[in-house]
Structure formats: structure tokens, C-alpha cells
Design a protein around this ligand. Structure first.
Ligand code: FAD
Ligand code: NAD
Length: 481
């Protein structure tokens, strides 16, 4: 069989569509196959991220944050708005419009780059052939190189099966048609915290049940302690060490609710919820993606096994994004997409997996990159710490949002920055400065010697760098130099 394309990409999420565009830019005849359909039954490119992930969740986080600000904080600024009313329908329409504009944008970008978009469900066969099923049709295409970017799906729990609009996953939780009185969330991970925040801000009582006794285990403990305090203060009830035992749909006073039984240190507990969101992680989409003859190897957790350059066990077959090891983040997948395109075109490319920023878009935001203090201690690394709280930042005060801090960890002898951890307003934006600094091998002193605009939240990064050497100006430090 002759070859139809130089590259076939399976999946048009942030990993796949980026890989496809970059391959096309590099002059390779490229096709991108995707099977996502929206509520209207139309193909919708952009994968989880654009359709039911990063983008719609951030749209609702922004709207709900404004609602909370209007309700609670405008008066401090001397702004009287009377009673603030929620129009959830308009809020959801805005979110849906953002999603459709962006997903249409991906289709336009692929077209402009002359990537052939194929709608259907792809399955890798032997010899880099791909079978695509769409409605009742099946077609087979062949390519020199295949990139699998099939993404991930929510993990379901046998003791909390999804039921129409009562027990839902993150997708369902982005589309409630009214604000529930009481929402339960299983899992105090990123999705639980972000979507729990949305519904709490819009007026629901939110209880998050987390099986582990540690909260956000991959983040720096000092930041996590601050976050937990903030979440509790705003009314997010996070119950650690709470293991889900069972769920049952009950009709109480003509109202369908979910009864949840969970176990904590005091024994079995019961709670009734109007909605239950299951957010216990995501699993790679590998069920259908390749035929046995394709002989791809999966790792022990079901991800497609790849090396640092995203090469699978089959020559000429790459896999990227959520379907392979590493953090399940859109920007990680996109960078892998860029990297494999360059490699396929015979260029040099690599990713610094040690510097992938993590962000949790709650209020305050959490953002970090590099090592945590606990990781440095476990590795026996000698380090210095500089912390600057936003309460001492003029800009944060002027904005009326002084929660949180910037924390910098640098190597004791060389002063090279090893990790930066931020909790506070716009942490998602501030962390980029830290990533650039670390990528360029900067020391804390390099940041200390850099001029930052005043007044800006970025000055907190500057002051934290000064604090590493005990010479921050706007806080009193123990030792002076
Ligand atoms: P996906 O985006 O899952 O795309 C895979 C695509 O492949 C899909 O369109 C799928 O339909 C298609 N596909 C699968 N199998 C086949 C097949 N056999 N044939 C054809 N097509 C197929 N990450 C962040 O970095 N920041 C965030 O703020 C963030 N927020 C999130 C919020 C929520 C609620 C969720 C659920 C996730 C969030 N994520 C976030 C994670 C992010 O969405 C994923 O990491 C990212 O989408 C992974 O990209 P991907 O391209 O690997 O896969
Ligand atoms: P997660 O891994 O972040 O958190 C899942 C949580 O559920 C964990 O704390 C886990 O201990 C807990 N858990 C697991 N089983 C449980 C059970 N039976 N009972 C109670 N708790 C249980 O997963 P997530 O929040 O579902 O998010 C999935 C992925 O999506 C993440 O990997 C994340 O990277 C990505 N995401 C990223 C962002 C962002 O970058 N801002 C936002 C949303 C999602």
C-alpha cells in the first residue's frame, strides 16, 4: 500500500493539533484524525482541553470569581451594587461561546496550515497503517510516521457510578443548569478544588472528600498549609482521610439526592448531596487506540510506553500528551507535540521535564516549578530559602488581595534557583518569570539584581530573591547583610 501522508496524528487535543501544525509548518504532508463531537453532534477540535477542560473551567472560574467579588468585595472599594443576581444561563452561554470560538479556531488553523482533518475513530494497525471508523464507513490510511495523541478520560468509581446529572464527572460539573444547594466532590485534586470553587462561589455548600491524609502531595508543604487555610476560610470544606464507601440515589421530599457513605478516623459517616462530582484522576485513552498487531507496549499504569523523546516501542510511532507518562497538562502535551514534529523533520529537540509549571486556578492561585523544599530535603540537597508575603506588597494591598507568598529555593553554594512556589493573585502569570529564570540557569542573585516595575505583584518575586540572601527591603529579616 502506498503512503498517504508523511505524518498521521491521532487526536486533535493540545498535544495532537500542535504536533500536526508544526509538522505541516516543517513541510510534511500531515493528517489529523479526531473523534470528538460536541452536544450538537458536530466535530469539535481541541480535545479535552478546549471542549471540557482547561478553557470552560477557566471561563467559569473567572465568572464565578467576579460574582463573588461583586457580592463580597466591591463594597470595600466604595462601590455599591445593591443586590447581585446570578444569571447562570448567561454565564454558561458565555462559556459555551468561548469554547466554540476556540474550537472553530483550531479547525481554521489546521486548514490554514494545510493539515487534512479527518473525522472518525482511529486505530493503529501494523506497519503504520491507521484504520478510521466514521458512522458506518471504514477507511485505511498509511503514513511514514504516526503520532498518537489520544488523551485521557475521567476515572470512574464502581461505588459512585455516573448517573444522569446527579453523580457526574468534571464534564457534567461544567454544565449544571442551576446552582445546587449542596455539592459533594470526591477527590481534593486540581479538578475538585477548581470546580468545587466555582460552585461554592455561586452559592453552593461544597464538601470535598479526599481519601488520602495528605493534601496536594506534589506541592510545597508551606504553600499547601497556606492554601488549606484559605480554602477553609472561604468555606470549602475539605475532609482529608475520608474514604468513599458507597453512594445511593434517594428521593427525599420529592427531591432526588445522592447519599454518600464514607469512612474517616471516627468511623462511617453519611452526607446527602444534590450533586456529586467524581474527580479522582484521569486515565489514558488506550482501550481502542491500537490493534494487537501494532505491538505497542503499555507501562504498568496503562500509559503508552515512551522514552524521553516520546518514541514508542515501534519505530516511526510516537505518543504524546496525556496518553504517556508525565503530568497530565495541556502545555506538557503541546511541548511534546512540538518536540516530536522537530524530531520527525530531522531536527534536534528536547523538553526539560524538570521545569513544567503546575497551576491550580483557585483563589488564591497556586503555581510552582522546579523542586519543592521536601524534595530537596529528601535528596540531601543543601539549599537557601527566600519568602516574601504579598501582605507586604504595595500592589497587592492596592488590589485588595494580599493573601499568599512567593517562595524561592536556591542551591546553597551556587545560588542557582532550584524551585519557585507561589500562592496568591495571578500566580499563574508570575510563575512564567520563574520558569524563564530557571530555564536560563539563573541564580537568586540574578533576580535580585533585576529591575522590576513598581508597583507590581512581580516585585514579590524580586523581594523573595533578595530574601534568599536576607536582604529583602519590605519585610524585617532576622539576619541583615
Ligand atoms: P486530549 O485533550 O484529551 O485530546 C485527545 C483527543 O483525541 C480528543 O479530541 C479525543 O476525542 C481524541 N481521540 C481519542 N481517541 C481517539 C481515536 N481512537 N481516534 C480519533 N480521535 C481520538 N491542563 C492544563 O494544563 N491546564 C488546565 O487549566 C487544565 N484544566 C483542566 C480542567 C479539566 C476539567 C480537565 C478535565 C482537564 C484539565 N486539564 C488542564 C488537563 C488537559 O485538559 C489535558 O492535559 C490535555 O487536554 C491533554 O491533551 P491531549 O492532547 O493529550 O489529549
Ligand atoms: P488529581 O490526580 O489531581 O486528584 C485526584 C484526587 O482524588 C487525589 O487527591 C486522590 O488522592 C483522590 N482520590 C482518588 N481516589 C479517591 C477516592 N476513591 N476517594 C476520595 N479521593 C480519591 O486528579 P483530578 O483532579 O481528577 O485531575 C485530573 C488531571 O487533570 C490532573 O492530572 C491534572 O493535571 C489535570 N488538570 C489540571 C488542571 C490545571 O492544570 N489547573 C486543572 C484540572 C485538571
Amino acid at each position: 500500500m502506498s503512503v498517504d501522508f508523511g505524518v498521521i496524528v491521532i487526536g486533535a487535543g493540545p498535544a495532537g493539533y500542535v504536533a500536526a501544525i508544526r509538522c505541516a509548518q516543517l513541510g510534511i504532508k500531515t493528517a489529523c484524525i479526531d473523534n470528538w463531537v460536541n452536544e450538537k453532534g458536530e466535530p469539535s477540535l481541541g480535545g479535552t482541553c478546549l471542549n471540557v477542560g482547561c478553557i470552560p473551567s477557566k471561563a467559569l472560574l473567572q465568572s464565578s470569581e467576579l460574582f463573588e467579588q461583586a457580592n463580597k468585595n466591591f463594597s470595600q472599594h466604595g462601590i455599591k451594587v445593591g443586590s447581585v443576581e446570578l444569571d447562570l444561563g448567561t454565564m454558561m452561554e458565555r462559556k459555551n461561546k468561548i469554547v466554540s470560538e476556540l474550537t472553530d479556531g483550531i479547525a481554521a488553523l489546521l486548514k490554514a496550515n494545510k493539515v487534512e482533518t479527518i473525522t472518525g475513530t482511529a486505530r493503529l494497525l501494523a506497519d503504520k497503517k491507521v484504520e478510521v471508523a466514521h458512522n458506518k464507513d471504514k477507511k485505511i490510511y498509511a503514513a511514514d510516521t504516526i503520532i498518537i495523541a489520544s488523551g485521557s478520560s475521567s476515572i470512574e468509581l464502581a461505588n459512585a457510578p455516573l448517573t444522569d446529572k446527579l453523580i457526574v464527572d468534571s464534564t457534567g460539573a461544567l454544565a449544571f443548569d442551576s446552582v445546587p444547594d449542596k455539592v459533594g466532590v470526591i477527590g481534593a485534586g486540581v479538578i475538585g478544588l477548581e470546580l468545587g470553587s466555582v460552585w461554592r462561589r455561586l452559592g453552593a455548600e461544597v464538601i470535598i472528600l479526599e481519601a488520602q491524609d495528605v493534601f496536594l502531595p506534589t506541592a510545597d508543604k508551606q504553600i499547601v498549609r497556606d492554601a488549606l487555610r484559605s480554602y477553609k476560610k472561604q468555606g470549602l470544606d475539605i475532609k482529608l482521610n475520608s474514604r468513599l464507601l458507597s453512594t445511593e440515589i434517594k428521593t427525599i421530599k420529592k427531591r432526588r439526592q445522592v447519599e454518600v457513605v464514607y469512612q474517616n478516623e471516627k468511623g462511617n459517616q453519611k452526607e446527602l448531596f444534590d450533586k456529586l462530582i467524581v474527580a479522582v484522576g484521569r486515565k489514558p485513552n488506550t482501550d481502542y487506540i491500537f490493534d494487537e498487531e501494532a505491538e505497542l507496549i503499555l507501562d504498568e499504569r496503562g500509559f503508552i510506553h515512551v522514552n524521553e523523546q516520546c518514541e514508542t516501542s515501534q519505530p516511526g510511532v510516537y505518543a504524546i500528551g496525556d496518553v504517556v507518562r508525565g503530568p497530565m497538562l495541556a502545555h506538557k502535551g503541546s511541548e511534546e507535540g512540538m518536540m516530536v514534529a522537530e524530531l520527525i523533520a530531522g531536527k534536534h529537540a528536547l523538553i526539560n521535564y524538570d521545569l513544567i509549571p503546575a497551576v491550580i486556578y483557585t483563589h488564591p492561585e497556586l503555581a510552582w516549578a522546579g523542586k519543592t523544599e521536601q524534595q530537596l530535603q529528601a535528596a540531601g540537597e543543601s539549599y537557601k530559602t527566600g519568602v516574601f508575603p504579598f501582605v507586604a506588597s504595595g500592589r497587592a494591598k492596592a488590589q485588595g488581595d494580599t493573601s499568599g507568598m512567593v517562595k524561592i529555593l536556591s542551591q546553597s553554594e551556587t545560588d542557582r534557583i532550584l524551585g519557585v512556589h507561589i500562592i496568591g493573585g495571578q500566580a499563574s502569570e508570575l510563575i512564567a518569570q520563574a520558569v524563564i529564570a530557571m530555564e536560563l540557569g539563573a541564580s537568586a542573585e540574578d533576580i535580585a539584581l533585576t529591575v522590576f516595575a513598581h508597583p507590581s505583584l512581580s516585585e514579590a518575586l524580586h523581594e523573595a530573591a533578595l530574601a534568599v540572601d536576607n536582604r529583602a527591603i519590605h519585610i524585617v529579616q532576622k539576619k541583615r547583610r
